[in-house]
Structure formats: structure tokens, C-alpha cells
Design a protein around this ligand. Sequence first.
Ligand code: GUN
Length: 297
Amino acid sequence: MSATRIDGKAFAARLRERVGEYAARFAEAAGRRAGLAVVLVGDDAASQVYVGAKNKATVAANMASFEHRLPADTSAAALLALVERLNNDDSVDGILVQLPLPDHLDEQSIIAAISPDKDVDGFHVINAGRLSVGQSGFVPCTPLGCMMLLTDRLGDLSGLEAVVIGRSNIVGKPMAQLLLDANATVTIAHSRTKDLASVVRRADIVVAAVGRPEMIRKDWLKDGATVIDVGINRLPPEPGKDKGKLVGDVAYDEASEVAAAITPVPGGVGPMTIAVLLRNTLVAAHRNAGLDVPEGL
Ligand code: GUN
């Protein structure tokens, strides 16, 4: 058997298109565009690429992008003052502080300063709590994107066995919560799990978010499993090349022989994150403007 490749890139493009249409309607109804503020502290190369991509995607989706690039030695007080200003700015619906922050800044206390109703990353403890008790708030973009791919593929997830590998606050824990809310039977596995392969072998749905290149092998998977690979790992470069190949946490080629469907890396989960960020921002804008959030968003 050869697995269906779950095309996250195409799914994300359709979502961005839809968000763009709803954003144009929002601008008409509200008399202003929905706005996303992105804050980048320092000059981490990967973060610069992400922030540039977010900015472009925001504008392409008919929303306003406010970029704040601050030097690496920015003080906590200065960053908190900026967050406070953005919290009080009515043209800003969503605030994203790009992580990781430089070492001298405490990420948790900066995130705690963002208004939960503008926390489109879903990282604030209030939003984690809302997700945990089933109130509407903001859900982190990557797990929400994974969930969209899963429900698009499988429809009703009731009663399915799901194994999430990884227990981060940003992916593993919210992913497990979303699967539980969808009535799956959920296991969170991690680096200390005993006999991880046999735990994963139970799963109808595998979500891999461990950050270990190609760790999940073909013989770990149940026949017909649906595999969502959140990992993005760069292998060491081959001789004569300056960049190594990007791979996921799952050994894609061999896993494809067993799985029913699997996301590739790149082109699977990755493109979903920004698309969901735009979606969350537009949801925030509707709530902030007192407008009903459109059904299909
Ligand atoms: N760094 C890498 N991914 C993300 C993300 O989704 N949000 C934020 N704030 N920082 C990140």
C-alpha cells in the first residue's frame, strides 16, 4: 500500500484565500482592516524569515501588518511597554511576539502581558485554560492546523486511538486537548515513555512533534494509520552541499508503505501555521469589533 500524501500546502493556500475573502468583507463592515502586530527581538536568522513571511501573508490576506523589530539588547521594561501599547491600540487585533526571545528576557512573563483577547498564538495561560475547560479562546496555530488536516481527512474522530508524541505547551499538550475534544482516545507519549514503538503501534492517528529526525519508523505504525508529522529537522549537509535536507520526525518513505495517509516535510504541517495565524487574527478582529465570526472561518 502507498499512503495518500496529505497536501498541507494546498490546504493552507485554500484557507488563506478564504481568510482573505472574509478579511475584505470585515474591512467593509468594520471600516478598517483587521490588524496583526508582530514583534521580533534580536536578529535570529530563522525568526527573521518567519516574521517576513508572516508580514507578507498578512498583507496578501487583506489585513494590516504592523512589524516591530527591536534590538537584541531590548530591556524587559521596553518590551512590556510596547506590548502594553499594542494591547491598547484599537487597530491591532492580534499580537505575536516571535519566540525564542533572547536569553535575558523571560518568555512566560512577556506572553502573560499580552491581552488574552489579542493572543492569536494561543500561548497565554488564559487561553491554555480556556482550551482545557472548553471555552472559546485562541488555540495555538500548529496544533489547530493539524486538527484541520485530520478532520478534513477523517471526518469524525470519535473513538479513534490517537497518540501524540511530544508534550510541549505549544504543540503536544494543545494537540492532545483538541483530539480529546473531538472524542478521540488520546495518549501523550514523550521521551520517557517506555516502549514508545508499541504505544505508537496502537494509534489510528499519530501526531509526531518530538524534533528527532526520522525517529518514527515503518514498524512502529499500525496498518492504515493517519500520520501527522510536525517535525522540521535539518540533516547534516552531504559532501559538497552547504545545506542539509529537511526531514520530519517520521521516516516518510518507509512510513508511506504502511500508513493510509501522511503529511510530507516540507509541504505538510508547516504551511498551515501561518494560515491558521491569519485565521485566528481575523477571528480576533470580529470579536474586537463586536461582529459575528463567520461560520466557515
Ligand atoms: N517561533 C516559531 N514558531 C512560532 C510561532 O508560531 N509563534 C511565535 N510567537 N513564535 C514562534
